[in-house]
Structure formats: structure tokens, C-alpha cells
Design a protein around this ligand. Structure first.
Ligand SMILES: [Zn+2]
Length: 312
């Protein structure tokens, strides 16, 4: 082959591969169909410069939004934009209480004042860590309790149900590294497991709904090795791509590099991966990320953007 042809092929083959892996399963910008759909309300991290809302995901079943996972900054606007009805939610799940996973909860709850909802709403999340991080009940109390920052909204926690519904905080113990069932009924089964996110109490979540399973890694570095069994044969593993492969120090203490995402998906034999929590340190490095992942496990990998909807 001529040198110019070789150069052209060297350039074009990786590009075609990225195109294939990122478009293997197309994502629409609106979830309005039947069956199970995953919508990304926030695909970014804590920095506003990534120009994305922070972490938040919505699971739809037959056109109704049933489970909200994390409520990071900016995501409440996208919740409204998605067309979801707050009254349809069966549960809110928190991976942990860093700002980029929880800051828009007050905005969303205030907004629900204008929605008719007549059943209580469970809010599941991790246990606390001394003075450093509240548990899920304390987190709600610190916002909406009678001494909370938004105490004018305390009716959302009050026994009198003066708003038509109450938020019911439910704590899952992160010291227990076994799978923990949060909710199980005819429609839905929700399971959590503790994951290592530095010193933060943190959970990964699995939701089985409509015959499909979706697993959310949350922020984690992989050290507890608890995610592969939770993600076993999941239809989608939504993994956080917060750091590049060469991350060291604090970054690596808090987050898993792409090779760990690859190793987990290989152990769990997941069907597809969606990568989110994209930050300036990983944006633009998608090819490097894919290369590190595929050393362990090939198969579809998609990079999430705000409002995208993935049908299962
Ligand atoms: Zn985060």
C-alpha cells in the first residue's frame, strides 16, 4: 500500500470505531415510548464549565417516569423539560450527598407543590459519616425539617400530610457490603450495594423494572469490588467517567478510571454501558477511554449527554 493510503486508514479506522461504539444503540432526546427507557437529566460533574447539568437519571416505564436517581445541580430544570410528572414517581434514590448529586432536591420538591400528588414518596440513600456527612433522614431534615434551611417547606416531612404527600427518608447502611433491597413490589425491584467513594458513604443502585435491569455505579473507585455482582447481566450499566486512565492521588481515590469500568463490565457481563458524569478532565478523551475499556470488555459503549433517552 502507498504511504498516503496507510496514513488515511490509520486515521479513519479509529474514527469509524468510535462512530460504531457510540451509535450502536441510538439515543433520542425525549422519552415518550413504551417499555423501559433511561433518560439522562444530568451528564456532568460538579464543575459548571462542563456545560452539563450534574448527575441525575430518570427511569421511565410505559411513558411514566417511575424512579429518579440523584438530583444534581441543574437537573430539576431538565426534569421539567423531560415532561415527567412528579406524581408518577415511585422513589427517589441517592448515591451520596455531594452537591453534584443532591443540590437540586429543594428546587424539585418546591416545584412539586404545584403538582397533585397523594401518596408518600420514599427517598432512599446512604447512612451518614459522623459530622462529615448526614444520613438520608438527616439530609432531608437539614433541608425541610422545622430547623432546616427551607423550614418553610416543612409540611413535606410533617405527619399531617398537609401537602398531600410526605417525603419518607430511608437509610441504607453502607457498612453492610451485601446487597440490600430497598423496595420490591409488582412493578419494580430496587437493590443497593455500598461502593467506595473515598471517605464518602456511597451506594450503587440496581433497578429491575419492566423485565429490564439498569445499574447505576454512582461515584466510586472500585475498591470494595461490590459492583460486579450487583450489575450481573444488567441491560445497562450506567458508569461514571469522572477521571481519565492516568488519574492519580485524590482523583483516583474517589473515582474509577476507564479500565476499572471495563473490568467490572467484563465480570458482570453487562449488555451495554452508558458513560456519564463527564467532566473537562474526560471530555475530549473519549477514544482513550474506549481503548482502556475495550482491553477488558468489548460491546456497546455510549457517552451520555443531557436529556438523552436510551430505550432498552
Ligand atoms: Zn459526583
Amino acid at each position: 500500500m502507498q504511504k498516503t493510503t496507510v496514513r488515511f486508514l490509520t486515521l479513519i479506522i479509529p474514527l469509524l470505531w468510535v462512530f460504531h461504539t457510540t451509535t450502536a444503540h441510538s439515543a433520542a432526546s425525549r422519552c415518550s415510548g413504551q417499555g423501559v427507557q433511561l433518560q439522562v437529566l444530568g451528564s456532568g460533574g460538579p464543575e459548571v464549565e462542563d456545560q452539563r447539568a450534574s448527575s441525575s437519571y430518570l427511569l421511565w416505564l410505559d411513558g411514566k417516569a417511575r424512579v429518579l436517581i440523584d438530583v444534581g445541580g441543574g437537573s430539576s430544570d431538565n426534569f421539567g423539560r423531560s415532561g415527567a410528572n412528579f406524581a408518577d414517581l415511585d422513589a427517589i434514590l441517592f448515591s451520596h450527598f455531594h452537591v453534584d448529586h443532591s443540590a437540586d432536591l429543594p428546587a424539585l420538591i418546591k416545584s412539586s407543590f404545584f403538582v397533585e400528588r397523594n401518596r408518600d414518596l420514599p427517598v432512599f440513600g446512604p447512612s451518614g459519616s459522623g459530622y462529615f456527612m448526614p444520613d438520608t433522614e438527616d439530609f432531608l431534615e437539614s433541608l425541610f425539617g422545622i430547623e432546616g434551611a427551607f423550614r418553610y417547606l416543612s409540611a413535606f416531612l410533617d405527619e399531617g400530610r398537609s401537602n398531600g404527600y410526605r417525603l419518607l427518608g430511608k437509610v441504607l447502611d453502607v457498612n453492610n457490603h451485601k446487597h440490600q433491597t430497598a423496595l420490591k413490589n409488582k412493578r419494580i425491584s430496587i437493590t443497593a450495594v455500598a461502593v467506595h467513594h473515598g471517605t464518602l458513604p456511597a451506594l450503587a443502585w440496581r433497578v429491575d423494572i419492566g423485565g429490564k435491569s439498569i445499574v447505576f455505579s454512582g461515584d466510586m473507585n472500585g475498591d470494595f469490588e461490590t459492583l460486579p455482582s450487583l450489575a450481573k447481566e444488567a441491560d445497562i450499566l450506567l458508569a461514571h467517567n469522572a477521571v481519565p486512565e492516568n488519574a492519580r492521588g485524590v482523583e483516583r481515590f474517589l473515582h474509577m478510571p476507564p479500565s476499572v469500568i471495563g473490568a467490572i463490565s467484563q465480570k458482570a457481563a453487562v449488555k451495554k454501558r452508558v458513560l456519564s458524569h463527564r467532566m473537562r478532565r474526560t471530555l475530549g478523551k473519549e477514544q482513550e477511554t474506549l481503548n482502556a475499556i475495550k482491553k477488558f470488555y468489548t460491546g456497546p459503549v455510549m457517552f451520555a449527554n443531557d436529556m438523552e433517552c436510551f430505550s432498552l
